[in-house]
Design a protein around this ligand. Structure first.
Ligand code: GLY
Length: 272
């Protein structure tokens, strides 16, 4: 059983971005700690404005940028919800898990906690993400509630994630700016344990796509709970193919891995 890492660039990200992800896996520091190992590539993706996470996150329809991130290793979990003005939400999620008595922190409390932990003020806004908001406003004339059906048709890349297996132990990490267009305060699947992320003794799973639908199905835990009953490929394909909206999964077990989506989804895999 080789140590292995699998990362993705979000449901909807083009396969042409596989090479960007492969470069990230070539350049990250390899270490034996599953939690660190899963966080390292997510930091690189958060710092790369091509991805909808950290710098480059999509804005809310009021123009603010609120981000979600989570980590899970063994049975330990930490997440931040609608955090603002930090560079790497995944590192704050790790601090929630390892340095606080809690498992989830949201909104102002998450941002305040980040400052307490030494994460400095940082504006993740990019010209590209604000241009997208301007275009949306122009096209729809909307400043209020996003249209439910347009939201579900969303086809752009969202969320980044990673899963690892090291010496039979598993970890998962996820980070996202959310699903555009969305209201301020909206929460998707990513920071919710069992919805956008799950890791335990049998493996690790991370989801991407329309968070509302993924959360309704508790998708990551649903897949995790079936590990061992059938091949990972059979389980993941059945679950993902049952979605009418954008949905993708990366998952790893003791002897299998899969990256599968009902839309395009860039990914990279490496054994070490
Ligand atoms: N899958 C990310 C989100 O819906 O927020």
């Amino acid at each position: 059983m080789e140590n292995a890492i699998l990362i993705h660039g979000g449901a909807g990200s083009p396969y042409s971005m596989n090479s960007v992800l492969e470069d990230i896996l070539k350049n990250i520091k390899f270490e034996n700690n599953p939690l660190n190992m899963v966080i390292n590539p997510v930091i690189s993706m958060e710092d790369n404005l091509l991805f909808n996470a950290g710098t480059g996150s999509v804005p809310r329809i009021d123009g603010s940028i609120q981000m979600d991130a989570a980590v899970m290793s063994g049975r330990e979990f930490g997440s931040v919800i609608c955090i603002e003005n930090v560079k790497n939400p995944v590192l704050v999620a790790r601090d929630v898990m390892t340095k606080s008595p809690h498992i989830m922190l949201s909104g102002d409390g998450a941002t305040e906690f980040a400052r307490m932990m030494g994460h400095e003020y940082y504006n993740p806004q990019t010209e590209r993400s604000m241009e997208r908001l301007r275009k949306f406003m122009e096209e729809t004339g909307k400043t209020g509630m996003p249209d439910k059906f347009k939201f579900l048709e969303k086809k752009t890349g969202d969320t980044v994630g990673a899963v690892v297996r090291i010496n039979g132990k598993f970890a998962a990490a996820v980070s996202t700016g959310g699903a555009f267009p969305m209201l301020r305060g909206r929460v998707g699947d990513s920071p919710i344990i069992g919805a956008g992320i799950y890791a335990g003794d049998k493996g690790a799973v991370v989801a991407t796509g329309i968070g509302e639908e993924i959360a309704r199905n508790l998708l990551s835990y649903s897949i995790y709970s079936q590990i061992g009953q059938q091949s990972l490929e059979t389980i993941v394909k059945r679950e993902v193919d049952s979605f009418a909206v954008s949905c993708g999964i990366i998952a790893i077990t003791g002897d299998e891995y899969i990256s599968y989506s009902n839309t395009t989804m860039a990914y990279a895999y490496r054994e070490f």
